[in-house]
Design a protein around this ligand. Sequence first.
Ligand code: KE4
Length: 431
Amino acid sequence: MTSRNQQFFERARKVIPGGVNSPVRAFRSVGGTPPFIVSGRGSRITDADGKSYLDYVGSWGPLILGHAHPKVVAAAQEAASRGLSFGAPTEIEVEMAELLCRLLPSLDRVRLVSSGTEATMSAIRLARGYTGRDLLIKFEGCYHGHSDSLLVKAGSGLLTFGNPSSGGVPASIAQHTLVLDYNDDEAVEQAFAQHGERIAAVIVEPVAGNMNLVAPRPEFLQSLRAQCTKYGSVLIFDEVMTGFRVGLACAQGLYGIHPDLTTLGKVIGGGMPVAAFGGRREIMGKIAPLGPVYQAGTLSGNPLAVAAGLSTLELIQAPGFFVELERKTKALCAGIEAAAARHGIAFSAQSVGGMFGLYFRSECPKNFAEVMQCDQDAFNLFFHAMLDAGHYFAPSPFEAGFMSAAHSDTDIAETVAAAEEVFRVQVTEGR
Ligand code: KE4
């Protein structure tokens, strides 16, 4: 008897490429059929077969409060009852912009958009327009959405310009992107020494979360700040994932770095399509309608989406919110790590605020090359065994995981116990 998930997946693949609207959801990296989710509440989601899972993906980060938080749902419902979109300014967009500028001192001005891709694409165009330069530095393993300039891998060696890593990206675009190793401040200094006067911007995930979690070396972020200041390049912190995930002051507050531009998304929408880019007034003053750099969006600042985001941002300001979120995230990592150690499995884990990384490698990776040394087969076995046991982790060894305020200590203990059992079976049955 085929499950309803399988039936839905077969139907979906007839009309949607790969059966999904975003590739990672297709389970291509781990194999198998993705659960089709029917509902979520708190720390749990339920699929089309009625199976419930403790959710550690949280829609890839936005659901920091857990699913269907009553106050967030109520805010969205109230906004929807007054109309879904007007294509005209609304008060709630101003409230969101004022709140973001209050929470992040580096934001003099901010523009709302509908996705992280839009935010980073716009920030790069703005940095190029502001500096009059073309070159962009990014880091291998970092993902900033799917605009052309960012779908680029390193050419051979570290200081050569990029090659497209996606079909459809002209070499003439990719050639302006220089891809360096994450956490390699020497390579950054070399690149600036060679090309500094031509570098428009550096874009970085201040805590990498798209090659699994890779924590920054403080001197790496400090070097980016110093080199951009020295050469007049724009430092863009892509905080789409880390923003209001690693702390109320975001990664820039955690590491004490003042970027020139910041991109945000995920948590600021609370599960609805809200993202943003913002920063120094003299840079933001170049964006239309004030300046020559064009950027626009039919649903930018959509009042229904912003209502959900604003409600989320209000709730995460509760005293102790991030202390508690970090405590739970660390408890999950420590619990699974201890279980693996008891069974002699090469495993490590780490967390920053409410995001975490699990690695089938004895030490936490410090860059993309070390991430690639993780045992992907072991991850796939772990992923499916945990999914079968009702614990939903990201379906790829190259993704971070996310905790929510709705996860209880009991939930976490259940997940750790399930991991212990998975490790025990793997060792005793040699699988
Ligand atoms: P979106 O266009 O997907 O809203 O945001 C792109 C983006 C930009 N910057 C960072 C640091 C991001 O993590 C993302 C998107 N993250 C992925 C998760 N690895 C989204 C999941 C997906 O692609 O389906």
